[in-house]
Write a protein that binds this ligand. Structure first.
Ligand code: V47
Length: 390
């Protein structure tokens, strides 16, 4: 693999530098874990947290203390607003040459359940339920061994025509790297062509855990963590906002989680184009990696709270209801999260791995979850502009 060309500019003019966390007003009586007290003192002084602070948070069982800290940060960033988007997922293919051990979605090309939607079929899906005010098409598939770059360009063109009001949030840095290698182009050249065909934003999948140790076991064929970060930076240079994720709850250590978050924070310091961070709770069913069970509620909330506090330069933290379940996602609004993601309509990746949640939610259900938790629902577009009628 050729190296990703270094970013032309360190400071990205396309995106404003997100505001840092201000000094937080905290009630020390809410914290019972002594390891969290120095972290609280730093937050109260407006200081940036480091690896040791991240570890104290990531190892703590003081759920109410974690919540108190993360909620103060959430209020400083987003007040009582809780975002959601009317969106639709389009998974254009499940045929994947990476065949990651944690993933239940991929199929070999000769599998009876393998598919590659034609651009026309994808557009038909996107056009269903025309009265729905879909603001975002979330378009993710696989590293298909044969589909050429022209397929992806055509896909964006016809999806844009099918849903002209929707932003096309498409292709992870892993897919970009794969199709650049197939086309014999650089990721930057591919991004330019996709942007000209309508690419407006990019989802945050494929980041998994950046640790080379974890990647060697879980996804040895996949784009490395450093390439994932560099390609995100190339998108930001072009004014394309992207998201970031972390797949947790498998073989990773607390230190590897914290290092992952700090690597995202470093990239954001340089390129400012990450919109949201989304922790992804590992689902073990039908995967090669397998595993005993699901993540715990404590761990889910702890990852969200730690992310809110470490990622002081990220504006948004998503509680992805598909993976957390709607009830815990609602609780997570008090642990640092300010976004529930969206209506989705048809989720496949997590459901192949055993998710028992619904495949979609109605807008009324999302608003109800937010209001019942005491927050103000804000319907947004893919760029976090409010679509609420004032
Ligand atoms: O890239 C795969 C992960 C991702 C499993 O950017 C798994 O707005 C859990 O990235 N258990 C897809 N996770 C989901 C994703 C996403 C979702 C919602 C919003 C956004 C956004 C992005 O899910 C994959 C992979 O990292 N994944 N298999 C599994 N068994």
């Amino acid at each position: 693999m050729p190296p990703v060309a270094p970013q032309a500019r360190l400071d990205c003019p396309g995106f404003a530098r997100p505001a840092a966390l201000p000094p937080l007003e905290l009630d020390p009586r809410l914290i019972s874990d002594p390891a969290l007290r120095p972290v609280a003192a730093k937050l109260a002084a407006g200081q940036r947290l480091d690896l040791a602070d991240g570890l104290a948070l990531m190892n703590s069982r003081d759920l109410l203390g974690l919540g108190a800290l993360a909620h103060a940060a959430r209020l400083a960033k987003n007040g009582r607003r809780a975002y959601y988007v009317v969106n639709r997922h389009v998974n254009y293919s499940n045929v994947c040459s990476n065949q990651c051990a944690f993933c239940a979605f991929w199929r070999q090309e000769d599998d009876a359940r393998a598919y590659l939607l034609s651009p026309g079929q994808a557009a038909e899906l996107a056009a269903q339920e025309p009265a729905l005010p879909i603001a975002e098409l979330h378009i993710v598939g696989s590293c298909h061994p044969d589909a050429p770059l022209s397929y992806y360009l055509e896909l964006l063109t016809v999806l844009g025509r099918a849903r002209p009001q929707a932003a096309l949030k498409a292709f992870t840095p892993v897919e970009i790297d794969h199709l650049a290698a197939k086309a014999g182009l650089s990721p930057a050249q591919v991004l330019d062509q996709l942007q000209a065909a309508g690419l407006g934003a990019m989802p945050g999948g494929g980041a998994e855990v950046f640790s080379p140790r974890v990647r060697a076991r879980l996804c040895p064929e996949k784009t490395s963590g450093s390439r994932w970060l560099a390609i995100s930076g190339l998108a930001h240079e072009r004014g394309i906002p992207t998201n970031a994720t972390m797949l947790y709850g498998h073989i990773e250590t607390p230190a590897e989680r914290v290092e992952h978050l700090l690597a995202l924070r470093d990239q954001q310091d340089q390129s400012h184009g990450f919109s949201a961070f989304i922790p992804l709770a590992y689902h073990p069913h039908n995967t090669k990696l397998g595993g005993a069970g699901h993540t715990t509620g404590l761990d889910d909330l702890r990852v969200i709270a730690t992310a809110r506090l470490l990622l002081d330069n990220f504006s948004h933290i998503k509680a992805y209801w598909v993976m957390l379940g709607p009830k815990l996602a609602q609780v997570a609004l008090n642990f640092g999260a300010d976004d529930l993601d969206g209506t989705i309509i048809e989720e496949r990746i997590t459901h192949e791995a055993g998710a028992t949640t619904a495949k979609g939610q109605t807008e009324a259900e999302l608003r109800g979850m937010i209001s019942a938790a005491g927050f103000t629902p804000v319907r947004r577009d893919a760029f976090y502009n409010s679509l609420e009628r004032e």
